[in-house]
Ligand binder design. Structure first.
Ligand SMILES: [Zn+2]
Length: 343
């Protein structure tokens, strides 16, 4: 398993294939101890939609500021799709990307568009720091620096900033650092926003961006089509995991990004989830489920929360299993990241 330039690869290798078979009964029993084992046969599945990297994630480079016009298109399209499906999502902001001379007001307006659509916002750290190579104090400083504009906009809308989403889902490389930052978050009134499903949209968004640069319409269409197919793959997997670990379908928390791919595909993605029997819930509602009280005893490179919970449930954590996006798209992703992020 190769690790990408930013350790992203670990995001889609975290999984356990034998959860239902070998560990199911054991896991379900332990899950009951955390209050998560009550069967809810016949109830509707639910998912909270969370969108990272506002005001926009560009192909090939997590740190690119992007073109204002392009960002306006993204932040018109994605909140409109969410609103149309009554998906009361949360967008996580990197305020560094607001700081472009001559565009500061226009970029703050991109966030306001989310609030105007009835959505909410959270903190994704000022500069999208990777906790694996950022000292604790700088990481904490960047959280504070990342709440200035978002906090003011939320306050004006009668809301307050409540959730923090770790970039790369890295919650700390050691238990010591993780515990220290958890305390810091709690003291500042933040709740950690977990992720139980990610759909590798950053891989497909790079493939789409590459196709558009090459004016390859066929490849662009393929990126979008296979992205939506992959959504089914990751939901199939997460539903099996949930059944094996909790004996029921817990409310899922999906991570997608504020990018051009989702500007074009989110409407179809949400429709697909509705057809799978999902209703959309807020992050507050999803996290009120007892499964989210399961302790996260994991330290290390970013992985999904169902994998983290395996440690508390006494289950085996095998990060070499789980769904992976198509090889051709991953290849473009790896290549673009290597070329652009070394610049
Ligand atoms: Zn991010």
């Amino acid at each position: 398993m190769g690790t990408g330039p930013l350790g992203l690869r670990l995001l889609f290798v975290g999984a356990l294939s034998c959860a239902a078979a070998a560990w199911g009964a054991h896991g379900a029993r332990l899950a009951t101890e955390f209050g998560g084992g009550r069967a809810q046969v016949g109830t509707q599945n639910s998912v909270a939609i969370t969108v990272d990297d506002l005001p926009g994630a560009l192909p090939g480079d997590d740190f690119a500021y992007g073109d204002l016009k392009e960002l306006q298109k993204i932040n018109r399209g994605i909140p409109a799709a969410l609103k149309a499906h009554h998906a009361w999502a949360i967008g996580f902001v990197n305020e560094r990307k607001l700081q472009v001379a001559g565009e500061r007001d226009a970029r703050a307006e991109l966030l306001q568009m989310w609030l105007d659509a009835g959505l909410t916002l959270g903190n994704h750290n000022y500069a999208h720091d990777d906790f694996s190579n950022t000292p604790l104090q700088k990481y904490e400083d960047d959280l504070i620096r990342g709440e200035v504009v978002t906090g003011a906009l939320l306050k004006a809308a009668g809301q307050s900033e409540k959730y923090f989403r770790h970039p790369y889902l890295n919650t700390g490389m050691t238990m010591e650092v993780k515990t220290a930052f958890d305390t810091f978050l709690k003291d500042r009134g933040y709740t950690i926003a977990p992720v139980t499903i990610e759909d590798a949209d950053y891989v497909f968004n790079d493939a789409l961006g590459h196709a558009l640069e090459k004016k390859d319409k066929k490849m662009a269409a393929r990126a979008k089509k296979e992205y939506l197919e992959y959504v089914d793959t990751v939901f199939d997997y997460a539903e099996k995991e949930s059944a094996g670990m909790f004996g029921r379908q817990i409310p899922q928390i999906l991570l997608v990004h504020d990018n051009a791919l989702n500007t074009e595909c989110l409407d179809a993605l949400l429709e697909k989830l509705e057809k799978r029997g999902y209703k959309f819930v807020s992050l507050d509602t999803a996290m009120a489920d007892p499964a989210y009280a399961t302790p996260d005893l994991y330290a290390g490179t970013g992985i999904l929360w169902m994998d983290r919970w395996k440690l508390a449930l006494g289950m085996k954590l095998d990060l070499s299993k789980g769904p992976e996006p198509p090889g051709w798209a991953e290849q473009i992703f790896e290549q673009m990241r290597q070329e652009r992020q070394k610049e």
